[in-house]
Write a new protein. Sequence first.
Length: 225
Amino acid sequence: MSKFKTPIVILNFKTYLESSGNNALKLAKALEIASDESGINMVATPQAADIYRIKDETRIPILAQHIDNVNPGGHTGSNLLECLKEAGIDGSLINHSEKRMTLADIDSTITKLRNNDLFSVVCTNNVNTSEAIANFDPNFIAVEPPELIGTGISVSQAEPEVVEGTVRKVKSINKNIKVLCGAGISTGDDMKAALDLGAEGVLLASGIILSESPEKVLLELVSKM
Ligand code: G3P
């Protein structure tokens, strides 16, 4: 669990050019430096094609952005868990709002990750879906109101009731599940507000990826904890 000890910062690289290919490696190195300097666990979530190189050249924990619920065999174009594991992932995001999955696929993917000693971070869009997903026993639930994603308006400041409500409901079902929040988070105040609401970390993207100096912004992000 130590790679995913909370408080934690998970950076979703998405498909920005600033976080793809060579830039993905640079960003992963910036995460590694910020994590070493601050002592806060930071996790890279690159595109599948960048996983192996980041694993090879850094010590940063790695999540996949998505896993397809398929078994080895004929599934052209799919992200196979077994292949991503060999490439170096420590776990995966599941059901990001930009890559929604069915309930059945979410359940089955959480189970497959668990059986492979990998971490599951399931994204949800509100308190009710967080409550439903808690019954599947993932390691993390990350609540992200879709309308705030990429806006720079922080969920922890603009919709604190979503974070607080998710923490309350999820913990009432299974207190071992860690709750994160995401959408619009980029500053130390956003992160502090998230932790004050009971979240155990954040999932974020554009505020870091599109900044002039990701390393500097990451250090500011964790400076008020
Ligand atoms: O997965 C993180 C995410 O969806 C939040 O994106 O750009 O609002 O930090 P952003």
